[in-house]
Design a protein around this ligand. Structure first.
Ligand SMILES: C[S@@+](CC[C@H](N)C(=O)[O-])C[C@H]1O[C@@H](n2cnc3c(N)ncnc32)[C@H](O)[C@@H]1O
Length: 320
């Protein structure tokens, strides 16, 4: 474990400011964006994730027609959400992002255990398993209602739902919530057995869901994509939604991880160029912010070499 609280390439450090300057230089950014995409696709395909085939399958499936059914017309998109993201100029609000998201999600797990010859399936199971394992030890014991915030194409939602369905001796109701209706169309499509109760198009800061209606609210790999202010607002909203005795559980990049701190310059530059809120995330004290909105005693576990899981409970005495 490193003594540094965050990588030098994030925040106000000289290295970070230099990287930001590079990224803000339009011709350099364009080259990097292209380079980042090519590297990601090539690495995925080399590891057996048929990136372009998966894309074409969804593109030809006719799912685009469901956009209107999934879209909540009352939702408006905050500015931080409309900036280019992951090398997509429309961020998460486009078909390309949604059709590539399943492959991108599976590729993420491969980066965690780079030095081990794992298949992407094994890596993905291990990644989700490490989160579920922390939940099984420190999370709520009775879980009937789950909300997965920032569910994207629903892979996190389905694996979490199946985990609790298997381990609880009663039915579990799970809701996946996301701000991108494109992602939700794909989530609905991949949920072939309708295991998830609802795929909800909403702003996580203002969900319109009832008070105290979930035992567990999760945010899996979401906070690093957010500026600090919306993260605070989402924690506040999550506190309202969680039942007393229930919990919020987050898993995301670990600023203290040696792997993350020692990323080669090319990789962290590419990462920062495609994730605009990195500096805000790596300088944000999630545990403190969870306490500020009312959660008690957040517990942080290094759930794998790159990520940390944070679990915080809503006090039983606090009826909101
Ligand atoms: C990296 S993806 C999450 C991946 C997914 N949870 C998993 O583990 O596979 C982040 C998601 O958060 C969603 N998101 C970002 N800001 C949001 C907000 N304010 N409200 C709801 N969803 C949001 C994005 O649309 C995106 O789909």
């Amino acid at each position: 474990m490193s003594k540094k609280l965050k990588p030098d390439w994030a925040g106000e450090d000289l290295l970070s400011r230099f990287v930001n300057l590079l990224i803000q230089t339009e011709p350099i950014y364009k080259i990097m964006k292209h380079q980042a995409r090519q590297t990601i696709i090539k690495t995925a395909e080399k590891n057996g994730i048929p990136w372009r085939q998966n894309y074409e399958k969804l593109e030809k499936s006719g799912v685009k027609q469901y956009l209107a059914t999934v879209t909540n017309p009352k939702v408006s998109y905050p500015n931080y959400y409309k900036v280019p993201f992951h090398a997509y100029s429309e961020g998460n609000l486009c078909w390309q992002a949604a059709f590539e998201a399943p492959s991108a999600t599976y590729s993420m797990a491969l980066r965690v255990w780079k030095n081990e010859p794992l298949t992407w399936e094994v890596a993905h199971n291990r990644l989700r398993g490490s989160f579920h394992n922390v939940l099984s030890i420190y999370g709520p014991k009775q879980v009937r209602d789950i909300l997965d915030i920032g569910c994207s194409v629903g892979i996190s939602t389905l694996t979490l739902h199946r985990y609790y369905q298997k381990t609880q001796n009663h039915p579990v109701r799970t809701v996946g919530l996301d701000l991108s209706p494109y992602m939700l169309v794909v989530a609905k499509t991949l949920d072939t057995n309708n295991e998830i109760s609802q795929w909800l198009h909403a702003l996580a800061e203002d969900t319109n869901l009832p008070n105290n209606s979930f035992d567990l609210v999760t945010m899996q790999f979401v906070t690093h994509e957010l500026p600090q202010e919306p993260s605070r607002a989402i924690f506040q909203e999550a506190f309202r939604l969680v039942r007393p005795g229930g919990a919020i559980a987050l898993v995301d990049n670990n600023p203290k991880s040696q792997v993350i701190q020692n990323l080669p310059p090319v990789l962290f530059t590419l990462m920062k160029s495609t994730e605009p809120w990195s500096d805000e995330y790596y300088t944000f004290n999630l545990e403190e912010e969870l306490k500020k909105v009312g959660f008690e005693a957040p517990l942080t576990v290094e759930s794998d070499p790159r990520h940390r899981t944070i679990i915080a409970n809503k006090p039983v005495s606090n009826f909101n």
